[in-house]
Design a protein around this ligand. Sequence first.
Ligand SMILES: [Mn+2]
Length: 336
Amino acid sequence: MLDTAKQGFITLMQTAEFLKNNDNFVILTHQNPDGDTLGSGFGLAMLLNSMGKTSTVICSDEIPEKYSYFTKFAPQNCDFGKKTTVIAVDVADSKLLGDLEAEYKDRVELCIDHHVSNNGYAKLTYLDASAAANCECIYDLALLLGVNVDKTMALALYTGISTDTGCFRFSNTTAKTLRIGANLMECGIDTAEINRIMFETKSRIRVELERMALEAMEFHFDDRCAIITVTREMYEKTGCKDEDLEGITSISRSIEGVIVGVTMRERQQGGFKISVRTYPPVDASEICKKLGGGGHIRAAGCQLGAEFSVQQAKKEILKYVKSVLEDDSAGIITDK
Ligand SMILES: [Mn+2]
């Protein structure tokens, strides 16, 4: 307990005290903002407003329009001319602040997070690695502080919890997650509508791009590997940007019998960003490590430089997919 206190890791109670004892908050969210960092940030702004305090949420990147159904309800009234208190939410490393890093990295007084990998860059950190979403931590704070969770705060917090759990499907979902989800639903929010916006809606240009990518999809190694390539030409023809392609890596791995799903995205500056998703017994990080990348056992990534053409890049990654498939499934594989 003493050790963790020394490194600046604090309890929920201490976090609540910190909020009571400070004011005029700048709330930092991570780059390429997702539902959880935005739900935590704007949910916290609403909580602070209920406590009679001022705050403003900021992000290095533009906040996607699809989150406006809750972001528009949070007062943004921090006075930057006065002393501010800087809090980061769902930000495991100051690098993830993007363009805000230089200005804020040494000024983060409190970080509220749920990533086990949080490196303690803030002066104080409240970390609950058992929380499926950081929004669970904000909900716990509201309860502890006796702040009423109203409908607009419930919109923000539900969004973070549902997006970080893939709509309550991923293995991080706990009984507590479901209980909080139920409590938020009882605040009168339309969860079906939020789920539709977050999980059932794709832009027309995204669907166009998926159609092209599926057309060019290839299967290898007895159909155990599917590879999808998104070329610059596909980006240009459809008008898609990288942020339009969130979750595209799930296409190949959702095909029955595929245990290695590879998605190659051609970068604007040339070369490829490669995402690998696997099922047992294949270790995705083993494949990506061979090309200088890394990641987790089921989800990993690597890059190939501009010297590779599409065909060469495909050949290169498939070479390592084959060798890891052979190692992990203990057999020689012929490409059919
Ligand atoms: Mn999160």
